[in-house]
Every structure is written in C-alpha cells, then in structure tokens.
Write a protein that binds this ligand. Structure first.
Ligand SMILES: [Zn+2]
Length: 172
C-alpha cells in the first residue's frame, strides 16, 4: 500500500511539473532581488497569476535573491516570472523583482528561515538556534511612551562558521 502511495505521488509530481512548464512562454535567466514597498514578504504562486494558490515556497523575504527561469503574462497583462529559490520554484509578479538590492529602510528585519537553517546572507547551511527566555521589558515607542513587551534573544551557530544573534518580540 505504501508503495502504491509513493508511486501515485511521483506520478502527480510529474503531471504538475509538466503542467508548470507547459504554460511557461519564454525561458529567461539572471537573478533578481525580491522587493516590496511595504517591506513584507512576497507571495510565490503555483502559476503566473494571483488566482493560483501559494507554491510550496510560500513567501520570500524582501532582499532575498532569486534566479529567473521563465517569463509569462497573466490575463491582465502583468508580467510574472517563474523563479528558483533554495532549490524550489514558483511564480512571482515581476513588479516585486528588482535588479537592485532593496534597502530595508533601516528597519531590522532578520531573515528567519527554517528552524534548522542559518539564513545569514542567504546561507542555507545547517544551524543550531539557542533560544533565550522570554523576558518582560519596556520598549520606547515613536511617541516617547513606554510599552511593555516580551523579548527573547536567539543565538545562531552555523556549520559554515556564521555566528550571530537576533531577538524576537511579542506582546504580553
Ligand atoms: Zn551560515
């Protein structure tokens, strides 16, 4: 029974791959940076259009670099690219891809990749995260007021030698 399921899955993947390349119009190459004026991660979809579901990649953080594979247009004439990122592919709207590395506007937005990955400058090596305790602290807001928040420090040690830390914040 398990074998049957695996075979079916493989067949489905083959069908999906065939469909995915069937509607790709033009093969393209090069790299682009993910950019968004609101600084939020950008959706990656299963096809060239907003009507397609999110691809396995989900969303990619602003500032990450992706490789271009194919170019196509959606029904409104907007350009979409099939991109490759960390070995996976999906479609992203062309307006979210730039040849220039976007500025993060001084905001600290640490890349927090999958649990066991480094993420430093796009590094995908295996990494260990050590989580500090959540601690209450008062954060100075833009208007000068103090707001109680919980903060914890996270220490990352990567197999390639990257050692860095970042902190997470949550409201009480
Ligand atoms: Zn690393």
């Amino acid at each position: 029974m398990a074998k049957r399921i695996v075979a079916t899955l493989l067949l489905l993947m083959l069908v999906f791959t065939t469909v995915a390349t069937a509607f790709a119009k033009t093969a393209v190459s090069g790299t682009r940076y993910v950019t968004a004026s609101n600084g939020k991660p950008v959706n990656v979809r299963k096809g060239p259009g907003k009507s397609y579901a999110l691809a396995a990649l989900g969303r990619i953080n602003v500032g990450e670099q992706v490789s271009l594979k194919y170019k196509d247009k959606d029904k409104n004439g907007a350009i979409w690219y099939m991109i490759s990122y960390k070995g996976k592919t999906g479609w992203m709207m062309g307006s979210f891809l730039s040849t220039k590395k976007p500025s993060t506007g001084g905001q600290t937005q640490p890349t927090v990749p999958a649990k066991d990955q480094c993420g430093f400058g796009g590094c995908t090596a295996k990494a260990t995260r050590t989580y500090g305790k959540w601690e209450m602290t008062n954060k100075r807001m833009a208007d000068g007021s103090l707001k109680p928040v919980e903060i914890r420090n996270i220490h990352v040690t990567c197999e390639k030698g990257h050692v860095f830390g970042y902190s997470e914040e949550r409201n009480p």
